[in-house]
Every structure is written in structure tokens, then in C-alpha cells.
Design a protein around this ligand. Structure first.
Ligand code: ATP
Ligand code: MG
Length: 279
């Protein structure tokens, strides 16, 4: 089964962040109940493809990898994507990294230093929970560096990603958008449930108040860093069941584009079978 979801999510030049319908389900016409069996089937397909990628590296020296970049405001559901979408595949082949406020050591280096260190090894799916884009999002919104410094980063990021793609990294960039109302509901849920306090951060409200500035910063990211070799995907996230299915489909599409196959045996299967039966 192929899905029309990925094609509908690619950022289109001129598309406005302010106009995103965060409750839409592009490419999927069903409701939540209809998505459950599809999600189960597609998660199984993703698992199979990931194993093929891993096997191709192990047995056939395929050096390619996939890198999922997740960007979104607090409570957009990045954690849920990691838990439910990435969590469905074999952890052996996953390299997960979350990027919070840089440490002193990280700040002493170029902003891409910590990013380069976290790139997925050959045959792996890398997952960036936040990323180098923070350096043109929160950094821009709060003027953490001079405008000419963050202003130069869009081109730098494009050059960096070109380098990654040329070295065999297939990038899947996902910008997750929720409405302010849905974000409020999600944050309230964290305050209403002691098992979710750990997810709550008082600073999230400060960032929420900066939403207009974030909108501008996200618009610049999409306008300036969506390239033919590493396009952005805009994922509406008010409905979590949809965003999970959408990211599953985006990963499947990326893996299928690698044209993977199971590595052939580098031994004589029949001779080995005979040897084993006789052993
Ligand atoms: P999340 O908000 O992603 O669910 P979290 O609440 O556990 O994760 P942390 O991992 O501590 O939070 O850090 C996330 C915070 O770090 C975000 O506010 C993010 O904007 C900020 N951050 C990430 N990268 C940078 C950066 N390069 N410079 C400044 N702040 C950054
Ligand atoms: Mg947070």
C-alpha cells in the first residue's frame, strides 16, 4: 500500500505558517478509529525497511543512513513521535539525540559541532529531537546572538545539509505545528496529571507568549532552508494519531527511496544447510 500523505506535506514555496490548518489530516480521509489499523500495518512496513537498511550496512557495506529532524513548539508531540513511531522499530538501528540548551562546552564550539557528533552511523536511522534549527529559532526569537550571526546560518545550514546528503544521509525534516488552543490543552493536561509533571516546564509558557515571533522564525526556516535535496514537511499536530501516521509515512517514503533489498548470502546456502544437518 502506498500513501498520498508525504506528497501533501512537502512545504510549498509561498505557503504561510499563519495559514496552516493544524487540525487537518492531509492525505488521510478517515477518522481516528480508521487510522489505528493503518498505523499498525505501516509501522510493520517501517520496521521491515529499517531492518533492511541495517542489514544492507552489516552485510553489504551500504554506508547510507536516514536522519529524522523533528522541530516543533512545546507539546507539539515530538516525544510521542519518538515513543510511538521510532519506538516501533528495532532500537539497535536507531541513534536518538535530543538537543536542549547548549552546555558550556557546546557553546565554546560552532553551533554545528554537537550536531555533527550526533549524526547517525551508516545503516542507522538518526533521530534529532530539536536540532541545528534551534540556532535560528529560539536563538533568533531571544536574540541570543547578533542578527548578522543567526542571519548567516540559513545558508550555512543549507551547505551543511548538502554535505550530508552528498555523503549518503537521507534527510527527513518535519516541522510540527499545533494550535495555541491545543497547546494550552496539552500543557494543562500535564498540570492535571502527576504522572506528567516531568514533562512540564514553566519556561514553556514564556515561549508560548512569543508565538508571533516564533511564527516569523519558522516562516524564515521554511522559506530559506526547504531545498530540493532536503525539503521541509509541514505536519499538522492537533490530532496526534494523524501526526504519528504522517511521520511513519515520511520515514517509509525515505527508506523506500533508497531502493533497499535483503543482502544476498555470501556463502553457499545449500552447502551450509547440508553441513548443518550433518553437524
Ligand atoms: P522538549 O521541550 O524538547 O520536549 P525538554 O522540555 O526536556 O524538551 P530540554 O531538553 O531541557 O527541554 O531543552 C529544550 C529547550 O532547549 C527548548 O526550549 C529549546 O528551545 C532549547 N534549546 C535547544 N537548542 C538550543 C540552542 N541552540 N540555544 C538555545 N536554546 C536551545
Ligand atoms: Mg519542553
Amino acid at each position: 500500500m502506498s500513501s498520498s500523505i508525504p506528497a501533501q506535506l512537502v512545504f510549498a514555496p509561498g505557503q504561510s505558517v499563519a495559514d496552516i490548518d493544524t487540525s487537518a489530516t492531509p492525505g488521510f480521509s478517515g477518522a481516528k478509529a480508521d487510522a489505528a489499523p493503518v498505523q499498525a500495518e505501516r509501522s510493520a512496513r517501517l520496521t521491515e525497511l529499517q531492518e533492511m537498511l541495517y542489514a544492507s550496512h552489516k552485510a553489504a557495506d551500504d554506508t547510507r543512513s536516514v536522519l529524522l529532524v523533528l522541530q516543533g513548539m512545546d507539546a507539539a508531540g515530538k516525544g510521542g513521535i519518538v515513543k510511538h513511531v521510532v519506538g516501533a522499530v528495532n532500537p539497535m538501528g536507531v541513534r536518538y539525540t535530543s538537543f536542549g540548551k547548549p552546555t558550556e562546552e557546546e557553546l565554546a564550539h560552532d553551533y554545528l559541532w554537537r550536531i555533527r557528533k550526533a549524526l547517525p552511523p551508516a545503516g542507522h536511522i538518526g533521530v534529532f529531537d530539536r536540532s541545528h534549527y534551534e540556532d535560528v529559532l529560539i536563538v533568533r526569537v531571544h536574540n541570543l546572538v547578533a542578527p548578522e550571526v543567526w542571519g548567516a546560518r540559513y545558508d550555512e545550514i543549507n551547505a551543511f545539509e548538502r554535505e550530508l546528503v552528498d555523503s549518503g544521509v537521507r534527510l527527513v525534516k518535519v516541522a510540527m505545528f499545533i494550535s495555541l488552543d491545543e497547546q494550552k490543552r496539552q500543557l494543562l493536561e500535564r498540570l492535571d496529571d502527576p504522572t506528567k509533571y516531568w514533562k512540564y516546564n514553566p519556561g514553556d509558557i514564556d515561549e508560548r507568549l512569543e508565538w508571533p515571533k516564533y511564527q516569523e522564525a519558522y516562516q524564515a526556516v521554511l522559506d530559506r532552508t526547504s531545498t530540493d535535496y532536503a525539503p521541509w514537511h509541514v505536519v499538522p499536530c492537533d490530532k496526534r494519531w494523524y501526526s504519528r501516521l504522517a511521520v511513519t509515512e515520511l520515514l517509509i517514503q525515505a527508506l523506500e527511496s533508497l531502493d533497499l533489498s535483503w543482502p544476498a548470502a555470501d556463502f553457499d546456502v545449500e552447502a551450509e544447510r547440508k553441513r548443518l544437518l550433518d553437524a
